[in-house]
Design a protein around this ligand. Structure first.
Ligand code: SAH
Length: 429
């Protein structure tokens, strides 16, 4: 894919007035923002450009899975504003609403060497901040690591890879080879079952690239052992973004009655127990998640002080308020209620309801750790919603801390979508 300077790359011209966010570092060009594309080869030409990364093989395996839209591979393009000023170099996919994902400047060559460099830098960042009591990290966080659409999670000696853009699929072979060489895992799994792949024109499948197939693995987080379900779990298997917040909870836990709503496999609940909580109640609507929470508690010898409840947390919280129960510390960590901008109003009502109930269950001195993992709920709107709930609950609160996702999910300047997890810690005055 290396281009001599004599051959200009196809050039995407962004409409007048739509270049500003991109100029400030936003790495996406939507199809609707494109004025014109110059020097775009036709589909036949694209496929004659050689097969630098074994894409033919990928396309062949893709064909056996589900349908693949055109083109079979992303194209390297230059992006310029309406005056012809460079905005960067990226990968173009005509099948996606996000037509170009920028990952380089025009002085860089977008090829397998660049991908290898980016992977090396991403892994080095995690190694630099790795904690001795934790063996699992997000090694690559897509756009924030300038590998747009690529997620790589390390669960102990297993790597779970999700390619969510045509651009990264083009380099799939380089990505897996580089990861195997740099990390030397026992197992590498392609978890390609996220529906978002269909929007990119990519097939859905799960494939073991290296090592044996295995449904579950045991990771170490904050010194705790956790069984992670690799085959049937949510997302890549576990939410690594909450590690530091899990640890933060410990300092509030000694001797306390703790409620962990939306526990998944027990992340907050087990850290509260490890921090000396008197008793912990963990709630999740998924029976499979609660089963894993119980197993994880046993694995760490923490089951004595743990109660689990399989229930809708909205109903559970309402019932607890009605029953007049109280807790000292409550964690709320629901799934993203606002998956789109349009869903925001309903999401705000949802966040308000559970936070209102939680605040009612806390007495003076009590702690609420409340989360939103929806990008569409900005930090300020989320905080405003929580403070409104506090007013309705007639509680005065002090804000102890406002946190976010752990360091291995970095936030890229100019790309606000990469700051998605809000973590607000309050104390009832
Ligand atoms: N707190 C977890 C991550 C939570 S992910 C951690 O720190 O690792 C969100 C969880 O909410 C999932 O386990 C999902 O099963 C659960 N969930 C979704 N809707 C729910 C509802 N209405 N009531 C209770 N749990 C729900």
């Amino acid at each position: 894919m290396t281009k001599s300077s004599a051959t200009p790359l196809p050039t995407v011209v962004v409409k007048n007035g739509m270049h500003k966010a991109i100029a400030q570092g936003h790495p996406w060009v939507y199809r609707t923002q494109i004025e014109t594309i110059r020097d775009l080869p036709d589909a036949g030409e694209i496929n004659k450009q050689g097969d630098p990364d074994g894409m033919a093989a990928t396309a062949a395996s893709a064909a056996t899975a589900t349908m693949v839209a055109q083109p079979a591979r992303a194209l390297v393009v230059d992006v310029v504003d309406f005056r012809g000023r460079s905005l960067g170099r990226g990968l173009y996919n005509s099948a996606s609403m996000i037509a170009v994902r920028i990952l380089a400047t025009t002085s860089e060559t977008v090829d397998e060497h660049l991908i290898r460099e980016r992977l090396t830098a991403a892994i080095a960042l995690r190694q630099r901040f790795a904690r001795p009591d934790t063996d699992s990290y997000r090694l690559v966080f897509a756009e924030a690591d300038r590998l747009p659409g690529l997620i790589v999670d390390q669960f102990a000696t297993t790597l779970v890879v999700q390619v969510l853009s045509m651009g990264m699929e083009t380099f799939l072979h380089t990505i897996t080879e580089t990861l195997l060489a740099l990390v030397k895992p026992d197992r590498l799994i392609l978890q390609h079952e996220e529906a978002i792949r269909v929007k990119e024109g990519l097939p859905l499948y799960r494939k073991i690239v290296f090592g044996d197939d295995c449904d579950r693995t045991v990771i170490t987080e904050n010194g705790l052992k956790l069984v992670v379900d690799l085959a049937n779990g949510q997302k890549t298997g576990y939410f690594l973004d909450q590690k530091a917040n899990h640890a933060f909870l410990r300092q509030f836990s000694a001797g306390q009655r703790v409620l962990d709503c939306f526990t998944y496999i027990g992340g907050f609940a087990l850290n509260a127990l490890a921090g000396g909580a008197r008793e912990v109640t963990a709630v999740d609507v998924s029976a499979a998640a609660i089963e894993l929470t119980r197993e994880n508690a046993r694995l760490n010898g923490l089951e004595d002080r743990l109660q689990t409840v399989t229930a809708n947390a909205f109903d559970f919280l309402r019932d607890e308020v009605r029953a007049g129960h109280h807790y000292d510390v409550i964690v709320l960590d629901p799934p993203a209620f606002a998956k789109s901008h349009a869903a925001k109003a309903a999401a705000i009502r949802g966040y308000k309801e559970i936070n209102l109930s939680a605040l009612r269950l806390l007495e003076s001195g009590g702690i609420l750790a409340t989360h939103s993992c929806s990008y569409h709920m900005s930090e300020s709107i989320f905080l405003e919603t929580i403070l409104e709930a506090a007013r309705d609950a007639k509680k005065r609160v002090r804000i102890l801390d406002i946190r976010r996702q752990d360091f291995d999910h970095p936030v890229l300047g100019g790309y606000p979508e990469s700051h998605y997890l809000k973590s607000i810690w309050l104390q009832i005055v």
